[in-house]
Design a protein around this ligand. Structure first.
Ligand SMILES: NC(=O)c1ccc[n+]([C@@H]2O[C@H](COP(=O)([O-])OP(=O)(O)OC[C@H]3O[C@@H](n4cnc5c(N)ncnc54)[C@H](OP(=O)(O)O)[C@@H]3O)[C@@H](O)[C@H]2O)c1
Length: 285
């Protein structure tokens, strides 16, 4: 596994993380029945990732998977992990942020959260109010770092202005070979300011891991050139190769898929491969 500093945190995070958003059906079942279909397989997948050196795990209060993460990290050294969770957009009032963080801490069975993110901006709640609560959580040692998710560049800058004593360390946004909007303005800004990008849907929700007809030839040629890498490994390597601040967080529900995704590091696509893959997918920034 390769590691890079996550934003300005000083923490060396694995360049590949693990996401934990499953199907809406899972969320509803988890909420209603407290029954978790194939829960043990999901936990095993996360544990396999940690064993392979993946130390960055993303969850959110809305995913109903903080308990799953708690199970998965049991027995591993807490200070070697970087646990990220998120506060949902209806909980962005001052008191609600504080309460949501307490609930997340309880479910995660942790004494602190490494990265607490605002899941989505909510224009009806002043970002200053949310950020005051986030600052208090840092002051009290309940969270280590503050991040946001789904914030445009303008929203990111406003949120940073609302946070005089701390720096936003990350923005979690969609980024993959098939979704490159952030390359226009957000990515260059984050590169210049050492803000980490947590790339969600890095496999385009699985589409980039399947052998789609219109990608097959280029993927196959690139794969052969690099000793048989899989489409998922190529798509993830493209992201980490594209920028030092990008940390993809693919979700995989089975251990063997986590093993495959971890194999996206330790080798490099060259410039020609990068360009060919971008052309093949056909979405330019
Ligand atoms: N901040 C936000 O608003 C936001 C929004 C969306 C997602 N996220 C975060 O980003 C994470 C990733 O996004 P995502 O789960 O939507 O999409 P994704 O990671 O791009 O794709 C997940 C899909 O790819 C499959 N997959 C993973 N590795 C594979 C492999 N090696 N071979 C074949 N298939 C593979 C998974 O299958 P199985 O799971 O069945 O193995 C799943 O169906 C989420 O889990 C969540 O933590 C954040």
């Amino acid at each position: 596994m390769e590691y890079r500093e996550f934003g300005k945190t000083g923490f060396k995070a694995s360049v590949i993380g693990m996401g934990t958003y499953y199907d809406p059906a899972y969320i509803v079942l988890a909420r209603l029945l407290r029954l978790h279909r194939s829960r043990s397989l999901k936990t095993a997948a996360l544990r396999k990732g940690i064993e392979l050196g993946i130390n960055l795990i993303d969850t959110a209060e809305i995913y109903e998977t903080e308990g799953l993460v708690a199970e998965a990290i049991k027995g591993f050294k807490r200070d070697e992990l970087f646990i990220a969770t998120k506060v949902w957009l209806t909980n962005l009032r001052y008191e609600k942020v504080l309460k949501a963080a307490e609930r997340s801490l309880r479910r995660l069975r942790c004494s602190y959260i490494d990265l607490y993110q605002v899941h989505w901006p909510n224009p009806s709640i002043p970002v200053e109010e949310t950020m005051r609560a986030m600052s208090r959580l840092v002051d009290e040692g309940k969270i280590r770092h503050i991040g946001v998710s789904n914030f445009s560049l303008e929203q990111f800058k406003r949120a940073q202005e609302a946070l005089p004593r701390y720096e936003l360390v990350s923005n979690q946004v969609e980024y993959s070979l098939m979704a490159r909007r952030i390359e226009k303005d957000l990515l260059p800004y984050c590169e210049q300011n050492s803000v980490a990008i947590l790339a969600y849907r890095p496999l385009a929700h699985g589409a980039l891991a399947r052998k789609q007809a219109w990608l097959t030839r280029v993927f196959e040629e690139v794969s052969m050139k690099h000793g048989g890498k899989t489409p998922a490994q190529i798509a993830l390597n493209w992201l980490v190769n594209r920028s030092r601040i990008v940390f993809p967080i693919p979700r995989a529900s089975r251990p063997e898929r986590v093993v495959e995704n971890a194999g996206a590091t330790g080798w490099r696509l060259d410039d020609a491969d990068m360009a060919r893959l971008a052309d093949a997918v056909g979405t330019q920034a």
